[in-house]
Design a protein around this ligand. Structure first.
Ligand code: SF4
Ligand code: SF4
Length: 94
């Protein structure tokens, strides 16, 4: 976390789907797979494919189901970038 800052509710972590193409693929298949997603609206950053896809539960930049949001959302704390999680550049936890 940057300087002990708290979540500034920018909503960036709720506006994308992200995934990593397995490095276990052959070099050729890896390149083809990346190309497939880049031509379908994804961007690639540090090996992570990022698809703009705002969560339908995000309303006015806030989670409309906060008390019952999925466990993975509740657990998000900006950690795990080295394990492949995508942390938005604007996130205070980065
Ligand atoms: S459920 Fe709530 S916290 Fe989870 S991605 Fe959607 S808006 Fe964000
Ligand atoms: S990206 Fe970071 S600062 Fe922005 S809403 Fe998500 S957790 Fe909070």
């Amino acid at each position: 976390m940057r300087n002990g800052e708290k979540c500034k509710q920018c909503g960036a972590c709720c506006k994308t789907l992200t995934f990593r193409v397995p490095l276990s693929l052959s070099k050729e298949m890896y390149k083809k797979t990346i190309h497939f997603y880049l031509t379908r609206g994804c961007t690639l950053k540090d090996g992570v494919l990022i698809l703009p896809y705002p969560c339908p539960k995000l309303v006015d930049n806030k989670c409309s189901i906060n008390p019952i949001k999925p466990e993975i959302c509740a657990a998000f704390n900006g950690q795990g970038e080295e394990e492949g999680y995508y942390i938005p550049d604007t996130c205070v936890y980065k």
